[in-house]
Design a protein. Structure first.
Length: 205
């Protein structure tokens, strides 16, 4: 059976949402990042990179949300989480997901979760740089009403990781990011997402 290693509210939420939306049969294993469980020998044997998520499958472990989302979608085609039939749509999905992993996540992660925390001008600059990424999503990458257009996809559950963090930090201004705000509300209202939030001990933000 699939087993997802996750930390509540962290980026593994994207993979958790995909599994739930897919109707997959899976187990959860919580990794407490604050306690440093991601760096224990037991977890490093699963993911030597020492980060969550990791998805254990019968064939081995898959890391990286981008890969896990595609794997879950491909192994549960009835859920329609990724459009594998349209090469262009598939490439656009990969572009959006890869941008979140390589650009949006590091930028907002630096602003909010640096250890030690950023302060003063350094924090302001990091927030400004992160918000420029949200501007890009709001104005260019996000299609609407779902992230990739007319159809819900695995990208929606990934995007809300970062819009949740921004809203919790008071950074998802309704005037500056109307589409991202509406999208976050819409995705959090999905039954599968509500179940995931409850299981992770979270609430809609
Ligand atoms: N690009 C990776 C990022 C994984 C990642 O950085 N996960 C964070 C949580 S959002 C983590 O586990 N950090 C723990 C640490 O760096 O010690 C993915 O999307 O899977």
């Amino acid at each position: 059976m699939l087993k997802l290693y996750y930390s509540p509210g962290a980026c593994a939420l994207a993979s958790h949402v995909a599994l739930e939306e897919a109707g997959a049969t899976y187990e959860l294993h919580k990794i407490d990042l604050r306690q440093g469980q991601q760096k224990t020998p037991e977890y490093l044997a699963i993911n030597p990179a020492g980060v969550t998520p990791a998805l254990a499958t019968d064939q081995g472990v898959i890391t990286q949300n981008v890969a896990i989302l595609t794997y879950v979608a491909q192994t549960h085609p009835q859920a329609g989480l990724v459009d594998f039939d349209d090469s262009f749509a598939f490439a656009r999905m990969q572009a959006f997901n890869a941008w979140m992993a390589s650009s949006l996540h590091p930028a907002i992660g630096k602003a909010l979760f640096s250890r030690p925390p950023l302060e003063g001008a350094a924090r302001d600059e990091a927030i400004e740089q992160a918000l420029a990424k949200y501007d890009l999503a709001e104005q260019h990458l996000f299609v609407g009403p779902w992230a990739l257009g007319e159809n819900h996809s695995a990208t929606d559950g990934y995007l809300i990781v970062f819009t949740r963090w921004a809203r919790q930090a008071g950074l998802l201004d309704a005037g500056r990011f109307p589409r991202l705000n509406a999208h976050l509300d819409k995705v959090q209202a999905r039954p599968a997402v509500a179940r995931v939030l409850e299981v992770e001990g979270l609430t809609a933000v």
